[in-house]
Design a protein around this ligand. Structure first.
Ligand code: PLP
Length: 368
C-alpha cells in the first residue's frame, strides 16, 4: 500500500526508531579500521564477556563468570540455543499467554511441547495458575518482563512465586529481559537475583537490540550455570560460530556506555506511552491496561467484536480487525492471535508523537 502511495501510520514496528548512539557507531568503524575482523572465541571475546559480567553485576546484582556467558546473534538466537541445550523431545515448556510469537515455534523446533498459561487481567503470570500445568515432563518456564506484546512488568512478588515453583519442581526458567531498559516505574528486577537457588535455575537472556537501538548489529547473550553455557557454546560452535567480531567490539562500548542515550530513549518512550494511553482513553471501543514497560500496548477489541458479531467463517478475529483497519483507515497494527490472544491487537509506539496522534484519530474515526 505504501508503494501505491498510501500514507500508512505504522504501529506494527518491533524496534526502537532511534539511531544507534554515536559513540557505538564510532567504535564500530574503528574496529574495522583496526582489522578486528577475524574469528573470535565462539562464546564471544573474553573482553566482551567480561563487560557483560560487569553489566550484570552493576544493573542486575548478579555475579557471573565469563564461562557462564554466551554471546549469540541477538536475543532470539540466545533463546534458541538455550532451548536446544535444555529441551528433549516430548519435554513441556510453560509459556504465559499472551507471549512473544517466537517462543512456541522455537520450543516445537526443539521437539518440545508449548503449554500455555493464561495471565488474565493485568497480564501478570501467577505461580499458582502455573502450578496446575506442571507435569513430570515440564522442563522449562519462559518468562518475559517487560513483556512483548503486553508491556506488563512483573512485580517482585510474581517473580518470587515463579522462582519458588521452579526450584521446588526442578524446572529451568528462561527469563527474556530484552526490554529491561525500557521500564517506566522503578528498576528492572531479574528473577535470577531473587535468590541463590533461583540463579542456579535460570538462564537470563538479554542483548543490545532494544536498549541501544542496535537491532541490526545482532547481539544477544545468555547468562546461566556453566554446564548449560558450555552446551550452548558447543551448539553454537557447530552451527553459527561466534557473532560478528565488529559487533562484539561495538557492544563493549554500548555496555560500558557512560552517555545518557539509553535514559533519553526511555524518557521519549515514556512520553509516548502517556500519549497513547491518553488518546486511547478517548476510544471507548478499546480497553487497555496501562503498560509499565517495553513500547507496546495491547488493547482488547472485545467490544468491537461483539458489535461486529463476527461469524465462524473468520479464521482470526484480530486478523480481520487489523486487515480492515489497514484497508479502511490506513493504520497498521499487529493482530493479537499470533501472540495467543485473538481478542487483542498490538500497537507499537516506537513512532513519533505526531504519528501517534494521527493514528489514534484514524482508529477513533474507523471505530465510530
Ligand atoms: N525477545 C523479545 C520479547 C522480543 O520482542 C524480541 C524482538 O522483538 C527479541 C527477543 C529478539 O531480540 P533480538 O533482535 O536481539 O534477537
Amino acid at each position: 500500500m505504501q508503494a501505491k502511495g498510501y500514507k500508512i501510520i505504522n504501529f506494527s514496528i518491533g524496534e526502537p526508531d532511534f539511531r544507534t548512539p554515536d559513540n557505538v557507531k564510532r567504535k564500530t568503524i574503528s574496529a574495522v579500521k583496526n582489522n578486528l575482523t577475524k574469528y573470535t572465541q565462539v562464546a564471544g571475546t573474553l573482553e566482551l564477556r567480561g563487560a557483560i559480567a560487569q553489566k550484570l553485576k552493576r544493573d542486575n546484582k548478579l555475579d557471573y563468570l565469563p564461562s557462564e556467558i554466551v554471546v549469540s546473534n541477538g536475543a532470539k538466537h540466545s533463546l534458541y540455543n538455550a532451548m536446544l541445550a535444555t529441551i528433549n523431545p516430548g519435554d513441556e515448556v510453560i509459556i504465559p499467554s499472551p507471549y512473544w510469537v517466537t517462543y512456541p515455534y522455537q520450543v516445537r523446533l526443539c521437539g518440545g511441547k508449548p503449554v500455555f498459561v493464561e495471565t488474565g487481567n493485568g497480564f501478570i503470570p501467577a505461580a499458582d495458575v502455573m502450578r496446575k500445568k506442571i507435569t513430570k515432563r515440564t522442563k522449562i518456564i519462559i518468562i518475559n518482563t517487560p513483556n512483548n506484546p503486553t508491556g506488563a512488568v512483573y512485580p517482585e512478588k510474581a517473580l518470587k512465586g515463579i522462582a519458588d515453583l521452579a526450584i521446588e519442581n526442578n524446572i529451568t526458567i528462561i527469563s527474556d529481559e530484552i526490554y529491561e531498559k525500557i521500564i517506566y516505574n522503578g528498576r528492572h528486577r531479574s528473577i535470577a537475583a531473587t535468590s541463590r537457588q533461583a540463579k542456579e535455575h535460570t538462564i537470563t537472556i538479554n542483548g543490545l537490540s532494544k536498549s541501544h537501538s542496535m537491532t541490526g548489529y545482532r547481539m544477544g547473550y545468555a547468562a546461566c550455570p556453566a554446564h548449560i553455557a558450555s552446551a550452548m557454546a558447543r551448539i553454537q560452535s557447530h552451527t553459527t560460530s561466534s557473532i560478528s567480531s565488529i559487533t562484539q567490539y561495538a557492544a563493549i562500548e554500548a555496555l560500558n556506555d557512560k552517555t545518557n542515550s539509553v535514559a533519553k530513549m526511555r524518557e521519549t518512550f515514556r512520553r509516548r506511552r502517556d500519549l497513547v494511553v491518553r488518546e486511547m482513553s478517548d476510544i471507548p471501543q478499546l480497553e487497555a491496561v496501562r503498560p509499565d514497560g517495553a513500547f507496546y500496548i495491547f488493547p482488547s477489541i472485545t467490544k468491537v467484536l461483539k458489535k461486529e458479531n463476527a461469524n465462524g467463517t473468520v479464521a482470526s478475529k484480530s486478523e480481520m480487525f487489523a486487515e480492515r483497519l489497514l484497508e479502511r483507515a490506513n493504520v497498521a497494527v499487529v493482530p493479537g492471535a499470533p501472540f495467543g490472544s485473538d481478542s487483542n491487537i498490538r500497537i507499537s509506539y516506537a513512532v513519533p508523537e505526531e504519528s501517534i496522534i494521527e493514528g489514534m484519530r484514524r482508529i477513533r474515526r474507523f471505530l465510530k
